[in-house]
Design a protein. Structure first.
Lengths: 491, 223
């Protein structure tokens, strides 16, 4: 059988998922539970105290009656008269405690057994016939929802008289019920008040969050200028706002850089495209010789190759950028990489009388992508070759600094160097020191070589820097990559 | 040799087909994956050039289906996706080679030939081209019977040129072959070695055995 679903508009319009409502509900539940436990404890405590108090009173009363018995009982005068006096005393007592439903009973024991001499008219039947327990002297007895105290006195004529004074439990239960009825409205009041107070508190606590939410809703990828307000309290919510603001700053900077990059890339692609378009347009405008066409096509091909190189570099940058933070598992010996690179460029350097030396010291084994690291060192040596005049020198060195856990690769050339004002920007994408581009193949880089190097090295957790004492005095690129951590084998 | 190109871009398909025919092979153009499967292109050709991004049915699906059916025809994948993962998934589908667009036609032709030779003949330890004889086991070159000393780099370059005698070999292919690294930067690291090779091979000749094909690479042209 399906549960009857509560489908009242009131329930539907409460946002059950909201933090405010949930906080309120949790608060209310906690307060209600505490209150219920408290009320229950009070009730039990009061009830126990009342019963104990009553029992003490009953014991006191029977002690008083016992003293009366001793006083009234015939030490002089007639027995019957004395008994009447005793009964009158008991009656008085019964009358004065009638509103508390006290009952009294006088019993005697003779050779025929026990029989009631007198009992108050409110004495319940069960108690009237209750046999006397000889073992108990001064103690409160409980039975049949009543409790009573009992005492006795032995008379001169060897009779034993008993007196019982008791009351029904119902009297005290009624008192406790009264208390309950008094406390219940207070409880209900709290029950109604708690959610309201809880809601108010939750509202106060979540108000800054609502503020954050309001600003966050307005944020758009195209409009990243807005920032969350911090109230200067430096509490958790303020810290959250500050953290989100810092993230927004980073995102904004990243988006800016990305947009700049796309614009630069498009601009960079325009050059070869324009060259190609114009060359082809002019070639088809008139009838030309076969040689002329051949030349045009070769020029266009050259531009296409440049475009291909540019596109591949851009993709490599994107690929390296996307995999930032990835972990490399392969070990790569930078010394080997440097030797391979030196071997590859050795012939060209020799041809141009450039002395290309290589020096390696220590094991420079790092974790990384060998192909990418080879790309870095090749780019650096290629750069050095392009900017070093014939007869110069290029020194390639690989060291390992075990203390700092770093491998250091330096490529130092005696080339034309870098202007001090350009040092900052050499790793920027598309930065080229000479504004006028040399279209000949040998000098023409994509402008991405060094920024690819930086991306790859940063991806490997390292850093790269370029130093130059000035124009015409050479340049040194230093690459630092953390060494592979080798777990020491126990001896 | 029968070559098929499965490619949806008609300009690329036409260029490739023309180049393959001019290299002396037959070439058919299949415009999409479904047609390739229907016509059993992979079964009826010696080498298949397969574009990965095809309409209706991707190149990888065509390839997997054929490999599952036990067709072992060598396949060269063409794609604009060049990351390591893309290449790996291509090889996992059963490709024999992988070329990233844009590519040099000469490289494609060389790979067609290499792949065909790999699957049809046993590798030889001797390569011959006219008067040139290259022994891969002894690393020795003889020209008209006399031994010529070559550096390991020169030997390696000449080996590739002789394997593809009559075809253009790009600088990138040579770099890959000699230094196991596809250097594509501004500095031409091959040229100096080519010039030295010429110095050793072309003594007393008017024109060189090794031709420079401007903007494309180098070619050995010995009948």
């Amino acid at each position: 059988m399906p549960w009857p679903s509560i489908d009242v508009p009131f329930f539907r319009c409460i946002p059950w998922g909201s933090l405010r409502v949930r906080l309120t509900l949790l608060n209310s539940a906690a307060v209600l539970l505490a209150m219920l436990i408290l009320l229950f404890a009070v009730r039990i405590g009061v009830r126990t105290a009342l019963f104990k108090e009553t029992e003490q009173t009953l014991l006191g009363e029977v002690r008083e009656v016992a003293m009366s018995l001793e006083e009234y009982y015939p030490k002089s005068g007639s027995f019957v008269a004395s008994r009447d006096l005793l009964v009158a005393e008991l009656r008085r007592k019964a009358e004065s405690h009638r509103d508390r439903s006290w009952f009294l009973q006088l019993l005697e024991k003779n050779q025929h057994g026990t029989n009631t001499v007198w009992a108050s008219d409110n004495c319940p039947e069960e108690i009237l016939t209750e046999p006397i327990d000889e073992a108990v002297t001064e103690k409160v007895k409980r039975a049949a929802k009543h409790r009573w105290a009992r005492t006795f006195i032995d008379t001169i004529d060897r009779q034993r008289l008993y007196v019982r004074i008791g009351m029904p439990d119902a009297v005290i239960e009624k008192d406790v019920d009264n208390l309950t009825w008094f406390l219940l409205p207070i409880g209900i009041g709290f029950t109604l008040l708690t959610p309201l107070a809880g809601y108010w508190l939750a509202l106060r606590a979540t108000q800054p969050i609502a503020g954050i939410l309001k600003t966050a809703v307005k944020l758009k990828p195209t409009k990243l200028g807005d920032r969350l307000l911090t109230r200067g309290t430096n509490d958790e919510l303020d810290q959250l706002s500050a953290t989100i603001n810092r993230l927004l700053d980073q995102v904004a900077r990243h988006v800016d850089r990305q947009q700049q990059f796309v614009a630069d890339a498009a601009h960079e692609l325009r050059g070869p495209l324009a060259a190609m378009q114009n060359t082809l347009e002019v070639a088809t405008a008139n009838n030309r010789s076969l040689d002329s066409y051949q030349g045009t096509i070769e020029e266009a091909l050259g531009e296409t190759r440049h475009l291909t190189k540019l596109t591949n570099d851009l993709l490599l940058l994107a690929e390296v950028g996307n995999s930032l933070g990835s972990v490399f598992n392969e070990a790569c010996d930078l010394g080997d990489v440097a030797r391979q690179t030196a071997a590859m460029f050795g012939g060209t350097a020799e041809e141009r009388s450039i002395e290309l030396t290589i020096q390696t010291s220590g094991e420079a084994i790092v974790r990384g992508d060998e192909r990418q690291l080879r790309q870095v060192i090749s780019n650096l040596v290629d750069n050095a070759l392009r900017f070093t005049p014939d007869g110069g020198r290029i020194d390639l060195s690989v060291e390992s600094n075990q203390a700092a856990h770093e491998a250091i690769v330096t490529v130092a050339d005696s080339g034309r160097g870098v202007e001090p004002e350009h040092l900052e920007r050499v790793f920027d994408r598309f930065f080229q020191a000479d504004a006028a581009r040399d279209r000949s193949d040998i000098k023409r880089g994509g402008g991405l070589g060094l920024s690819i190097c930086r991306s790859i090295i940063e991806r490997h957790g390292g850093r790269i820097s370029l130093d130059s004492p000035g124009v015409g005095r050479g340049a040194t690129v230093r690459v630092i990559v953390p060494l592979r951590l080798v777990r020491r084998k126990p001896l | 040799m029968h070559v098929a190109i499965v490619e949806d871009d008609p300009v690329i398909a036409k260029a490739v087909a023309t180049a393959v025919r001019e290299a002396g092979h037959e070439c058919t153009w299949v415009p999409d994956g479904e047609t390739a499967v229907r016509q059993n292109t992979l079964l009826s050709n010696d080498v298949v050039i397969l574009d990965v991004m095809l309409p209706k049915m991707s190149g990888l699906e065509v390839l997997s289906a054929a490999r599952d059916a036990g067709v072992k025809t060598p396949v060269i994948l063409l794609t604009a996706l060049g990351t390591v993962t893309d290449k790996l998934s291509g090889f996992r589908s059963g490709a024999d080679d992988y070329l990233v667009k844009p590519f040099a036609i000469d490289e494609l032709l060389a790979r067609i030939q290499a792949i065909h030779r790999r699957t049809s003949n046993k590798p030889t330890m001797e390569i011959e081209a006219g008067p040139l004889q290259l022994s891969l086991s002894t690393k020795r070159l003889s020209l008209d019977g006399r031994t010529i000393d070559l550096t390991p780099t020169e030997f390696s370059i000449l080996e590739l040129l002789m394997r593809f005698n009559g075809q253009v070999v790009t600088r990138k292919m040579l770099c890959e072959h000699v230094w196991a690294f596809d250097w594509d930067g501004p500095t031409n690291v091959i040229e100096v070695h080519i010039n030295r090779l010429r110095g050793k091979l072309d003594k007393g000749r008017a024109d060189s055995y090794i031709q420079t094909i401007r903007g494309r690479g180098y070619a050995l042209a010995i009948d």
